[in-house]
Design a protein around this ligand. Structure first.
Ligand code: UN1
Length: 511
């Protein structure tokens, strides 16, 4: 498609005065969405302020009352229709993601596929949401719990997964009977307008207004009051550890619930017996895919010293090939798109400089790329840690394709290095040994300390069916599959007496 305007036309979405494609000028009350591959503006989007936020939250409270009364399987049918609409528009929406955040086409479409997948998952869930029945200690009593809709929820999403992460929340929340108020990243407002517009249009056409809501605004005017609002019993936030700390404190202050999915600093261990034909491509995709801007990106590579020269040689060769394919995210054959903006390029440059000053050796890359398109391109970068293993910069998450390579002598040392960072999102080990793999996943908790621990597959690219999230500074939240739905519901325990007698628990007699 020629432009974002054409994409919106193909989606049949009326974007009204909120989005302007012509005469795009920066100014107060608007955010300009730039194409990171060219640095040129795509459109101007009007920002919401406090009064629009109030309208959305008050509206969400009213919509919630109506929506929770719809039987869960019927809610599931709405989500099913939404999933179908995303299926139908996968190519156009994937292209929009590529244009707005610079993902290569396959990854832009992959993100929309993730929406389709979570919608399918949520449809199945809509006929489950299972409660439990427990044996009561009292005769002819039933002890049971059921799960009830929670309320309107706030969803804060980051630029790097501008569509899928919202869907993990909004689709599951919808079958649970909740309404979602979405505050997207100001770096990806167009994707939000499109995705929310589609979900809202489908729900409306089936008679359900206001289940999917959007507020586009800055942190001060919209973010802070959204997080502080007691009418939103759950805030689900994806972004930096700094942002998550703030959200966590404010929500805890009002005794609300939050679900945090924050930074990662994901390591991959390549053990002496690894099958390198699996490990090398997984590491390259994990480190370079999405130009290193996934929270699951492989940032640290821990390699057994016996194979360190071989792994380094193969990786350097692979990086040299990948570096030939930096460019227009929508062009066939491109493997590496741009970083999101100029600030991200500065972050990349600063991290490389820090690594060098700390004794790291650049094995490949390390420089920004002056691409004919303009844009914010950098080289995929491989940096060897000094033999001491001391490389403090590797403790920080830099959203760029930088992979720090460390050697280790034995597995216990590798495990200690693996777990020594503050973040705990994703992790992986490559080994052909059952014992080594089981050490990584040890049931006593002494293995990987991350929320995701993979064997013979890389750190990124999780499927929606599992719970997604991590420990430590990653925030502890779980979204997407498994029993993550429980975060979007409230639990109610009931004791039901059918005995005709009043019997107290714990054998208490009170006569
Ligand atoms: C994120 O980077 O915030 O596992 C989410 C993955 C994707 C989701 C990443 N399915 O890499």
């Amino acid at each position: 498609m020629e432009s974002v305007r054409d994409i919106f036309a193909s989606l049949g979405l009326q974007v009204g005065p909120r989005v302007r494609f012509d005469g795009v000028q920066p100014g107060p009350g608007v955010v300009i969405s730039d194409n990171p591959a060219t640095g040129r503006p795509l459109a101007a989007v009007t920002l919401d302020g406090g009064s629009e936020l109030e309208t959305q939250i008050a509206g969400a409270t009213a919509s919630f009352r109506a929506w929770r009364a719809v039987p869960a399987p019927v809610r599931g049918q709405v989500v099913r229709a939404i999933g179908d609409e995303f299926r139908r528009h996968k190519a156009a929406l994937g292209e929009l993601v590529s244009l707005e955040v610079g993902k290569i086409r396959a990854e832009g479409e992959g993100e929309i596929q993730e929406i389709v997948d979570i919608a399918d998952f949520a449809v199945g869930l809509s006929r489950q949401l299972p409660g439990s029945v427990f044996p009561s200690e009292r005769s002819r009593h039933r002890l049971m719990e059921q799960w009830l809709p929670l309320g309107p929820i706030g969803c804060i999403s980051a630029f790097n997964f501008p569509a899928a992460v919202w869907a993990w929340n909004a689709m599951v929340a919808a079958v649970c009977g909740d309404v979602t108020v979405w505050k997207p990243s100001l770096l990806a407002p167009l994707t939000a307008v499109a995705c929310n517009g589609i979900a809202d249009r489908v729900a409306r056409s089936m008679g359900h207004e206001g289940v999917f809501r959007l507020v586009i605004g800055d942190d001060q005017t919209v973010g802070e009051p959204l997080v502080a609002d007691r009418r939103l019993p759950l805030i689900s936030a994806t972004g930096s550890c700094r942002m998550g700390r703030r959200v966590g404190q404010v929500v805890a202050g009002r005794l609300g619930r939050c679900l945090l999915e924050l930074g990662g600093n994901n390591a991959c261990i390549v053990h002496a017996d690894a099958d390198l034909s699996l490990a090398i491509p997984a590491v390259v995709f994990g480190a370079v895919g999405t130009a290193g801007q996934r929270c699951t990106t492989t940032r640290r590579l821990l390699v057994h010293r016996s194979i360190l020269p071989e792994v380094t040689r193969r990786l350097t060769a692979a990086y040299a090939q990948v570096a030939q394919r930096i460019g227009d995210p929508l062009a066939a054959g491109t493997l590496v798109g741009p970083l999101i903006n100029a600030q991200a390029v500065q972050g990349f440059t600063a991290a490389v400089a820090a690594a060098k000053s700390q004794g790291g050796t650049v094995l490949f890359g390390g420089e920004p790329v002056a691409h004919p398109l303009g844009g914010h391109f950098v080289q995929p970068t491989l940096i060897a840690a000094p033999a001491s293993g001391q490389l403090p910069i590797a403790r920080h998450e830099t959203f760029a394709p930088i992979l720090y390579v460390f050697g280790y002598d034995d597995l216990e040392q590798a495990m200690a290095m693996h777990n020594e960072v503050d973040q705990g999102l994703s992790s992986a080990i490559f080994t052909e040994s059952f014992r080594v793999a089981e050490r990584f996943l040890a049931a006593d908790g002494s293995g990987s300390d991350c929320g995701i621990a993979n064997v013979n597959c890389g750190t990124s690219g999780a499927e929606i069916g599992g719970a997604f999230g991590g420990e430590k500074d990653t925030g502890g939240g779980r979204e997407s599959g498994s029993d993550s739905w429980k975060a979007y519901m409230r639990r109610q325990t009931s004791a039901i007496n059918a005995s005709g007698r009043m019997e107290l628990a714990q054998g208490i007699r009170f006569e």
